[in-house]
Design a protein around this ligand. Structure first.
Ligand code: SAM
Length: 285
């Protein structure tokens, strides 16, 4: 009889996956890491019991965190990834031969090592692409110590604002990101969800801080079945570029990348948010 993994999305609503094998359990100084095997979602892993990445639906998240910004500024050369321990974001960024540097700052080395072992497809580029530099430290401190005007793109692929991820949703962090980005700089951040109260609060808190820090601050949506409600968001913040007015589909299509979720039509559509979401984002938290 297979056992059940369950994540409580709210106090009275849960999400469950029947798993065939609990392949790894480990407590690190930062979090509890569990890897499972399942029929429907393939291999997946959780941090502190919360779903992070599954083989079946990681493509939507890693497409959408990466390609939107690249289709707005195709000249992005220096990229910083914060978090992203599973390697999926780094894998998608590394598909751009035009990118010269990918610094990835992941606080917990064990997430990387276990992803390389159990999720080789997402972690495939971490050691094979010489442009990728791995730093096992706190992203908050890394950005605080970085010189001004350095990166063209920062991708915050973090956990929720609890535990080690909390600081990555702070005003100080966003101010530092603004400082270390070039004048063409773009920040993409994991922006929680509008659906359930707890995540909606975090979404609004993050958005209030970002729109008070960056000249342009927009939000886009995508479908992520294994995250609470399946309705998930990324933030797009920039000093100069508007994600739709400055969208360059023809240039992006010359990269000739086959993407399973992202495409040039979706690029515009994903910023068209439901009325209730727009209203919530307009209210300051
Ligand atoms: N895609 C997943 C999601 O949206 O929930 C998360 C990707 S990845 C598993 C999240 C990573 O953020 C974890 O590996 C965690 O260790 C890392 N992380 C959390 N806080 C961090 C911090 N302050 N600095 C660097 N990495 C951090």
């Amino acid at each position: 009889m297979n056992k059940i993994y369950t994540e409580k999305w709210t106090k009275d609503c849960s999400f469950s996956i029947e798993y065939t094998e609990h392949i790894h359990h480990e407590e690190t100084p930062f979090q509890v890491i569990d890897f499972y095997k399942s029929n429907t979602y393939g291999t997946f892993f959780t941090l502190d019991g919360l779903m992070m990445v599954t083989e079946k639906d990681e493509f939507s998240y890693h497409d959408m965190i990466t390609h939107v910004s690249m289709a707005v500024n195709p000249n992005i050369k220096k990229v910083l990834i914060i978090g992203g321990g599973d390697g999926g974001t780094a894998r998608e960024v590394s598909r751009y031969k035009s990118v010269e540097l990918i610094d990835m700052v992941e606080i917990d080395e064990r997430v990387v090592r276990l992803s390389q072992k159990y999720l080789p497809k997402t972690a495939s580029k971490l050691e094979s692409d010489k442009r990728i530099n791995l730093y096992f430290e706190d992203g908050l401190k890394f950005v605080n110590d970085k010189e001004d005007n350095y990166y063209d793109l920062i991708l915050v692929d973090s956990t929720d604002p609890i535990g080690p991820g909390e600081g990555l949703f702070s005003t100080q962090f966003y101010l530092d990101c603004h400082r270390v980005l070039t004048d063409e700089g773009i920040l993409i951040n994991q922006h929680e969800s509008p659906y359930f109260e707890q995540y909606r609060k975090e979404m609004k808190r993050a958005h209030s801080k970002i729109k008070n820090t960056f000249e342009i601050a927009e939000v886009y949506q995508f479908h992520q079945p294994t995250y609470p409600s399946g309705h998930w968001l990324f933030g797009f913040a920039s000093k100069k570029y508007h994600p739709i007015l400055d969208h360059k589909p023809l240039i992006w299509e010359q990269f000739n990348l086959k993407t399973k979720y992202y495409n040039s039509d979706l690029h515009k559509a994903c910023f068209m948010l439901p009325s209730y979401v727009k209203e919530e984002l307009d209210k300051d938290e």
